[in-house]
Design a protein around this ligand. Structure first.
Ligand code: IMP
Ligand code: MG
Length: 203
């Protein structure tokens, strides 16, 4: 009998063939159980920094939604009750290369002046998005800004940036799942998978 994982990968590859024939998602890089273990470890690391009276957790949409949801529930077990908000920032367009310019598609809805902020993103790549988000939060008067990313690709950095908490450091490759997308697809995967790109056919 085919495992759930195998049939899920087969379905994904079918979907990719239809949408973008030159790409494949066929290698799980970080499975669900490693993610779960790492989320618990991260929460143990950050919990003492989260005990401010007024903590606001800010997720950068859309990639952070699953990671933030898991972090919040793990922090709850430790008695942490933050306010939660989101900013929708965009720099990627529809491809795999950052456009270089970060745009605010939806700003914060809550007041952060004087609050401790824990900023959550899916992945730290060039560093532009988190750098921009931190500057924006500082301009809004956040008292203390910390950052947490599930993944970090340090070899891709253009703007110097180090997150306070990092789940996994990975090499320079394109990944999807657990919130991360390729052309708005595959955010629903409960694991991180690598996307491989076929070489363009020679003329
Ligand atoms: P940065 O501004 O270049 O650091 O880009 C951060 C954003 O780019 C992330 O929040 C993701 O949305 C996107 N991104 C970077 N690398 C990947 C990847 O491998 N897969 C999917 N999205 C990515
Ligand atoms: Mg993102």
């Amino acid at each position: 009998m085919k495992s759930l994982l195998q049939s899920s990968l087969m379905r994904i590859n079918r979907k990719l063939q239809e949408a973008a024939p030159s790409h494949h998602v066929n290698e799980i890089m970080i499975d669900e159980s490693r993610i779960r273990t790492r989320v618990d470890e991260l929460v143990t690391e950050m919990v003492d920094d989260c005990r401010a009276d007024d903590l606001v957790m800010v997720g950068i949409l859309r990639g952070s939604f699953m990671f933030l949801a898991d972090l919040v529930r793990a922090l709850y077990v430790h008695g942490i009750h933050p306010r939660i908000d989101f900013m929708t920032l965009s720099s990627y367009g529809s491809g795999t290369e950052s456009s270089g310019k970060v745009e605010v598609q939806k700003d914060l809805s809550v007041e952060v002046e004087g609050s401790d902020v824990l900023l959550i993103d899916d992945i730290l790549d060039t560093g532009r998005t988190l750098n921009f988000a931190c500057e924006r939060l500082a301009a809004k008067g956040a008292a203390n800004i910390r950052t947490c990313v599930l993944l970090d690709k340090p070899s891709r950095r253009i703007v110097p940036f180090t997150a306070n908490y990092t789940g996994f450091t990975i090499e320079d490759c394109f990944v999807v799942g657990y919130g991360l997308d390729f052309d708005s697809c595959y955010r629903e995967l409960p694991y991180i998978a690598r996307v491989t790109f076929d070489e363009p056919a020679a003329d």
